[in-house]
Design a protein around this ligand. Structure first.
Ligand code: CIR
Length: 258
């Protein structure tokens, strides 16, 4: 697969206070979260990613959800102006790492953005209009990425990518009840059944797909498209409204100049 660096951050005991709308958030278990995170990072390494472990942040319960803190494009990157105050302390350490790989641009003050709302399909960016991300961010991202950015209303769940994953080529994995689908009709869809909707958030690394464990119907559909699957226990992160992609910020390595 193409070489990538994955920024990750282990949970701390404060993880049990992560932001969440999940009915079972009261039973969040730190030890289990840490173990699940370790399995996640092992899977990333097995899939070929180079890992960078950011320092754990006891003052930031949502620190493991690194994806939300920045957006990465081939030639530049931006830190996300995150709406939730309790998450803003996560940025500094991510910025120090991202600067090693990309030149950083600043998004306008009027924009609010979580990385979980940015679905890059190559030619077009789809940007979730969610509780966290606004229209100003959509326009700013289009300028930054130098390509069209299409807003997509998020109807259910936290972010656009909670319910839609891009598997490459022209293929989306999608829970169509959770987002406004009118702008996504030109793609081929793997549709996620209502009962398996948590698993709609998947991470693709080359021909490997990392997905949550316990969703056999969706697992079969993904395998039928020729992917290798790694299925991971995600119960504690699900209780904190987070999915597979949320736990890492993927930075593709740049092609060396000829
Ligand atoms: C939050 O509410 O911000 C965290 N508890 C979950 C963030 C999940 N991130 C993601 O979907 N990219």
């Amino acid at each position: 697969m193409p070489q990538v660096t994955a920024l990750v951050r282990e949970p701390t005991p404060s993880f049990v206070q992560a932001l969440s709308t999940h009915p079972e958030k009261g039973s969040l278990d730190f030890d289990r979260a840490l173990e699940q995170h370790r399995q996640y990072t092992r899977a990333l390494a097995e899939a070929g990613a180079s890992l960078v472990f950011l320092d754990p942040l006891e003052d930031c319960p949502d620190g493991p959800f690194v994806e939300d803190t920045a957006v990465i494009f081939p030639n530049r990157a931006a830190m996300c102006p995150m709406k939730e105050k309790s998450r803003q302390g996560e940025a500094g350490s991510v910025e120090n790492e991202v600067k090693k790989h990309r030149s950083l641009e600043i998004l306008p003050k009027s924009a609010t953005l979580d990385g979980g709302d940015v679905l890059d399909t190559g030619e077009i960016l789809f940007v979730g209009l969610s509780r966290r991300t606004n229209r100003e961010a959509v326009e700013a991202l289009s300028r930054l990425a130098g390509k069209p950015a299409v807003p997509v209303r998020v109807l259910r769940g936290l972010h656009l990518k909670s319910s839609v994953s891009f598997l490459g080529s022209n293929l989306l994995l999608i829970d169509p009840a959770a987002v406004e689908t009118s702008r996504l009709k030109d793609f081929e869809w793997i549709e996620v059944d209502e009962t398996e909707r948590y698993a709609a958030n998947c991470l693709v690394l080359g021909s490997t797909v990392l997905m949550a464990k316990g969703y056999p119907g969706l697992a079969r559909k993904i395998r039928d498209h020729g992917f290798d699957l790694m299925e991971l226990e995600m119960s504690e992160f699900e209780k904190a409204d987070g999915g597979i992609t949320c736990l890492s910020l993927i930075i593709p390595h740049r092609e060396p100049n000829p």
